[in-house]
Design a protein around this ligand. Structure first.
Ligand SMILES: C[C@H](O)[C@H](O)CC(=O)C(=O)O
Ligand code: MG
Length: 408
């Protein structure tokens, strides 16, 4: 078959990987693709419950145990017609090594539309060291996103149009941060707060997080959604007690109570949940098999991070798993990479906006400062028009302190 002349697509001539921030860098606390790499006076590092909270010395700050060691990974791909695409995720220098010395062989020389083939080759060739998740899958996700960006930029189409087009004109957002009451004033439909206490604090911990919820419910009134994000910090018993204590305050969902592979814990919690409250998780799950297991366990909302689950190519597969079960897929906040996908999903009625302003009191683009032109919801809403630019509609901010630690 010969393609129409206009459809003769260029090939990929080069892939380059850069890092910013993280433990290997001289400059820290900027944000970027590793949104946990913020300054010290930031809500996202203020005594949030984690699996490390059982150690007193790691209770106060997630940076103290290394949540920001990886830093930002930037992957840039260049086509034979001179077009470039790029993406960012969380993988820093280790990601740069994997891209330059391993994944580059599957990318260079392929046509810009061969994304699914490259995706399959990246996943299968890394199975012997990926463990089905973590920094390897973050890296593969970043390459996948860069390829979609390049494809859109070559065709002069936004990624959401390449994926089949928008199923709605707008995306409505809830906000994650320390101040749901301020998010309400900004037009968001709900607010998700981190829990600050966990099983090591026992009933006292539950009482303190419920006091925070009660105070927030008082501020926002009855109809605004409030949710808890538990960042893998709990046990089934603790999560069950917390969920029941939160029910009178109309907690909409309880998120990521356990580490990603504790499928049995999710199955148990689902059985114990108060009527009407949702159980959600998925941001640290890196395979479609993992999402199938979470779906089987009865998770109500699957929450893949498109930068950590295999990219847009995997996110579409995960959305299909959820759809086949009547479950929702509401990705973990990942800005444009998520917006372009979710506007095409029938089972994503709303999405997440992660507040990266230090006090969660103003709108700051999630991956600030690494993307130029990163859109933010206006009045809690984003329109399809805001996404109507080639690729993911953003450019790389070359004023950021990018390093290229490896070259092939
Ligand atoms: C606030 C949470 O601990 C985490 O930093 C972000 C997250 O899990 C989410 O947005 O969901
Ligand atoms: Mg979360």
């Amino acid at each position: 078959m010969t393609l129409a002349p206009s459809l003769k697509l260029p090939t990929i001539t080069a892939i380059r990987a850069y890092s910013m921030g993280g433990a290997a860098a001289k400059v820290h606390g900027q944000g970027g693709g590793d949104y946990h790499d913020q300054g010290h006076d930031h809500w996202i590092d203020d005594h949030i419950a984690t699996p490390m909270s059982k150690y007193d010395e790691y209770k106060q700050s997630r940076q103290s145990f290394g949540i920001n060691v990886l830093g930002t990974l930037v992957v840039e791909v260049e086509a034979s017609d001179g077009t470039t695409g790029f993406a960012v995720s969380t993988a820093g220098n280790p990601g740069c090594f994997i891209v330059e010395h391993h994944l580059s062989r599957f990318v260079e020389g392929k046509r810009v539309d061969q994304i699914k083939l490259i995706h399959d080759q990246m996943l299968n060739s890394t199975l012997f060291y990926s463990g089905g998740g973590g920094v390897v899958i973050n890296t593969i996700s970043c390459v996948d996103l860069a390829l979609w960006d390049l494809y859109g930029k070559v065709l002069h189409l936004p990624v959401y149009k390449l994926l089949g087009g928008a199923v709605r004109d707008t995306i409505h957002f809830y906000a994650t941060g320390a101040r749901p009451d301020l998010a309400q004033q900004m037009g968001f439909i709900g607010g998700k707060m981190p829990t600050h206490w966990g099983p090591a604090d026992d009933d006292d911990g539950i009482a303190k997080d419920i006091a925070m919820l009660a105070d927030m419910r008082e501020r926002v009134g009855d109809d605004f959604w409030l949710m808890f994000d538990c960042w893998m910090s709990q046990t089934v018993n603790y999560a069950t007690k917390l969920a029941h204590a939160a029910a009178p305050y109309k907690l909409k969902w309880i998120e990521e109570c356990f580490p990603p592979n504790q499928i049995e814990s999710y199955r148990q919690l689902k059985k114990n949940m108060p009527a009407g409250m949702l159980m959600t998780t998925g941001e640290h799950t890196g395979t479609i098999e993992g999402f199938k297991e979470l779906s089987d366990a009865g998770v109500d909302i699957l929450q893949p991070d498109v930068g950590w689950c295999g990219g847009v190519t995997s996110l579409c597969e995960i959305a299909a798993i959820a759809k086949s079960r009547g479950q929702l897929v509401v990705p973990h906040g990942s800005s444009v990479y998520s917006h372009h996908a979710v506007i095409t999903f029938t089972n994503t009625p709303f999405s997440e906006f992660l507040m990266t302003s230090p006090h969660a009191d103003s709108l700051r683009p999630q991956f600030d400062p690494i993307l130029v032109g990163e859109p933010v919801p206006e009045g809690g809403i984003m329109t399809a028009e805001q996404l109507d630019k080639p690729g993911f509609g953003v450019e790389l901010n070359r004023d950021c302190p990018l390093e290229r630690p490896f070259q092939h």
